[in-house]
Design a protein around this ligand. Sequence first.
Ligand code: C2E
Ligand code: CA
Ligand code: CA
Ligand code: CA
Length: 279
Amino acid sequence: SKAAGRNAVRFFDPAMQARVVQRATLQRELRHGLRDGELALFGQPIVDAQAQTCGQEALLRWRHPVRGMVPPAEFIPVAEQTGLILPIGQWVLREACRVLARWAADPARAGWTLAVNLSARQLRQPDFVASVQAALADAGADPRRLKLELTESLLLHDVEDTIAKMEALASLGIQFALDDFGTGYSSLAYLKRLPLTQLKIDRSFVRDLLSDPNDAAIARTILQLAQSLEMEVVAEGVETVGQYEVLRAMGCRLFQGYHFGRPAPLEPADPPAAAPAQP
Ligand code: C2E
Ligand code: CA
Ligand code: CA
Ligand code: CA
């Protein structure tokens, strides 16, 4: 048929073949990168209504030996498709718990929370709750300082199992945020059943907040919804003081974006030698 003919042509399309090879290379290099310590955890500040930092979001980076810093958008989708997200996600969680334990010993950071992005696939692992508990215990981190960020895609799979795992983790004191809120598959009925403490307004609604009345209406609606569900709201992608002020006037109390700070290494890759104590 005509369609089969087209498919046959596409199958031998050199550009497509190149993409397949590229993906396989990426997958192999990522596996080696995880093994060889090329992954790094960056952090971006989350600030309160007084513009004071009250926590950070952990953001994964890959320091590729040849290509340099590879952003997560370029390798997380492949990691999710191949299952490599499971060992990578474990590494992120354990690293994040070590950062939390270090913060606890620092009076300026002791109250901060660290938010970690989870892939829906991680939450589907039968031993996920135990693995989070082990990461916290091994690092000596306080579960109340750990926040887990999920997207609405988690609602596409076994919702009862997801809720049970979230509740088990919430009973340890771990908090949950719903990321990129407003962009995905939204079911307000499920939303109410999940033990969420926070919604994050996606930055696509923040970008044109001052010029697009639709975006302003969406931001306002999310803030009202969160208030009636007794959840916190973080506005993401705040790049200007104007966006910050409009959101604050709407009742938003938590903010994240380049206006307050760009992602930066959460800790040096090699801890510097201890400075001599000052007299
Ligand atoms: P996200 O969870 O929505 O993270 C926020 C993204 O917005 C980050 O991109 C951050 O650098 C960027 N951003 C923050 N403030 C601004 C701003 O003011 N303007 C603009 N234009 N962008 C801003 P990043 O670090 O490239 O991460 C992209 C995505 O990769 C994340 O989106 C998250 O979905 C995923 N990701 C990152 N780390 C992890 C991880 O450890 N595990 C998993 N499963 N996913 C991760
Ligand atoms: Ca996030
Ligand atoms: Ca987000
Ligand atoms: Ca996102």
